[in-house]
Design a protein around this ligand. Structure first.
Ligand SMILES: [Zn+2]
Length: 233
């Protein structure tokens, strides 16, 4: 019998990660839990924030949550547009929220630099906001008992970064640097093709069970996928 899924449904990835495939122009949105803390990776354009949030709430993914870190993989509007709306929904439940990203992305967000964020291409205006955690390559984000390594992977944009969770199951949140069967475009402002190649070479040094990209489906064949896409660009 064919299983028919609703338009929006949670895809559970061990350990304690929920993937939501972005609706319309939204990036994928991830929620990773450890104890009373959560990491949110990217927030979409903001057009569907309440739908994502009510799904998490209704399915019990936010039970007992005290603190959330919203991390942006890079500067583009389809990844940061929902930041403030998401923060407000968490705060309504008494959950403390802080924003985190690579320093370059954080500066673009704080100054609401439209030329990089490209909000106008969505017919929207992004209002800047403070980013409490400005990270550099090699820094860690602590979520409950776990820590995730920030790897600066410029190329798609200057601030693009991936987050790596080492452990029994190894995850890599790749943003728009790497997708299943393709890579992020490098022709947008602050994009750089040769830097993207270098970034992909760095990603190839990691052992990864599930690559979790900013758009599209989970990458389950990390090395094979990288080999294929690097041969094609
Ligand atoms: Zn992007």
């Amino acid at each position: 019998m064919e299983v028919i899924y609703p338009e929006l449904f949670p895809i559970e990835i061990p350990p304690n990660t929920v993937m939501l495939k972005g609706l319309n122009w939204d990036s994928n949105i991830y929620l990773f839990r450890s104890g009373k803390e959560a990491l949110i990776v990217d927030t979409g354009t903001g057009g569907n924030t309440e739908r994502y949030f009510s799904l998490w709430l209704g399915e019990g993914y936010l039970d007992g949550l005290k603190r959330a870190v919203i991390f942006n993989t890079h500067e583009h509007f389809d990844h940061v547009g929902g930041n403030m709306a998401m923060k407000k929904l968490f705060e309504r439940l008494g959950i403390k929220v802080i924003f985190a990203s690579h320093r370059v992305t954080a500066e673009v967000i704080e100054h609401a630099k439209s030329s990089i964020i490209l909000d106008y291409t969505y017919g929207k205006k992004f209002n800047g906001h403070k980013v409490e955690l400005k990270l550099e390559d090699g820094d860690y984000i602590r979520i409950g008992k776990r820590k995730l390594l920030l790897i600066h992977t410029p190329g798609h944009t200057a601030g693009s970064s991936c987050l790596y969770l080492d452990g029994v199951v190894k995850l890599m949140f790749t943003g728009d640097t790497l997708f299943k069967e393709t890579v992020g475009r490098t022709d947008l402002p602050s994009g750089n093709h040769s830097l993207l190649r270098e970034s992909l070479n760095r990603l190839a040094e990691f052992e990864v069970d599930f690559g979790l990209p900013g758009h599209g489906w989970v990458i389950k064949d990390w090395r094979e996928n990288l080999r294929k896409v690097m041969g094609a660009i």
